[in-house]
Design a protein around this ligand. Structure first.
Ligand SMILES: *[C@@H]1O[C@H](CO)[C@@H](O)[C@H](O)[C@H]1NC(C)=O
Ligand SMILES: *[C@@H]1O[C@H](CO)[C@@H](O)[C@H](O)[C@H]1NC(C)=O
Length: 297
């Protein structure tokens, strides 16, 4: 459940347009006993994780995909220790205030913070921040606009706090965020070609034909299934979700259920894939031939 919430927050955080990049920290503070560390932070460029910290290991570790590791002299600047400590302190304080005032002292409660910035070509966004308590948005801020969820007055800022936050964002967080993003954005210039296969599995009276594309990056891909050269409408297909592989690449699957009658018609099925890494579209075809016993045997 918790992991699903985290994933949702992350998915919102990915830049979509070419030439646009985003840097996000996602911090999670957990109240109560779980198998997860009490406090953890991931640093991401778009959808690629580059750094990780948690309160068990107490140090920042690189999660950069292989081949994109920063040079030696690109080590994490000391500013990050300050950011991590600030986040730890403020999140801990507010979470304990919340659980106390709401009498949420039993069970598990989660406080999450997503903060970061974007680059659109040369144009820099303001620094942005969202807080969520138990998976519901509690606060949002972008240096101009601030809103809080009236359910939780604990997230309301007075005017002095607003001034102080704005100064911190202007003088420290935004410049640090943009500087880091410019340095790290190369990790999302990674290009990995999809490996495509057409799989078929015989069931009772039907055949399941699947197109699987895996190992690709970036995650934008078009995967179409064709029957005798004509695209099969999506309603006829079982659409899999875009899933992350462990190495920062993605996989996607589409499946068609082919009944006995359609099988006898011997259609040609094709997987057609377009992706940034492919000059032309990649087509893989398959046709069903029933194994027949020869008459003379
Ligand atoms: C980078 O990745 C490619 C394959 O993706 C591999 O052949 C090469 O050895 C890698 N280079 C390094 C320095 O890891
Ligand atoms: C997917 O198809 C659309 C429409 O044809 C096209 O605009 C887009 O560039 C394609 N995306 C990829 C990753 O090939």
């Amino acid at each position: 459940m918790r992991e699903i919430t985290i994933l949702l927050l992350l998915l919102q955080a990915t830049a979509i347009n070419a030439g646009s990049y985003s840097l996000w920290t996602l911090a999670t503070y957990i109240y109560g006993k779980t198998q997860f560390p009490e406090f953890s932070i991931v640093l991401m460029v778009d959808d690629i994780q580059i750094e990780y910290y948690d309160s068990n290991i107490k140090r920042v570790v690189s999660r950069r995909p292989q081949n994109t590791t920063a040079e030696e002299d690109d080590a994490i600047p000391a500013d990050y220790d300050t950011v991590i400590n600030d986040m730890y302190r403020t999140m801990r304080k507010r979470l304990y205030l919340m659980t106390d005032e709401l009498s949420h002292t039993e069970g598990v409660h989660v406080y999450q913070k997503r903060a970061g910035c974007e680059l659109h070509g040369d144009r820099e966004s303001p620094a942005m921040m969202w807080d969520a308590y138990d998976g519901t948005e509690a606060l949002s801020y972008n240096m101009q606009k601030y809103t809080f969820n009236p359910l939780w007055p604990q997230f309301e800022w007075d005017s002095l706090t607003k001034q102080a936050v704005l100064i911190d964002f202007k003088d420290m967080y935004l410049p640090l965020c943009i500087k880091t993003l410019k340095k790290e954005k190369h990790v999302v210039l990674r290009k990995e070609r999809p490996k495509v296969s057409l799989l078929h599995k015989e069931g009772t009276g039907e055949m399941r034909v699947s197109c699987l594309a895996t190992g690709f990056y970036p995650r934008h891909i078009n995967l179409t299934m064709l029957r005798d050269g004509h695209p099969i409408p999506e309603e006829e297909l079982i659409l899999g979700d875009l899933l992350p592989n462990g190495d920062g690449t993605y996989q996607l699957r589409r499946t068609l259920s082919v009944g006995a009658e359609e099988l006898r018609e011997r259609h040609h099925y094709t997987c057609s894939v377009t992706h940034l890494t492919l000059d032309n579209k990649l087509d893989i075809s398959w046709v069903y031939f029933k194994k027949r016993r020869r008459d003379y045997l």
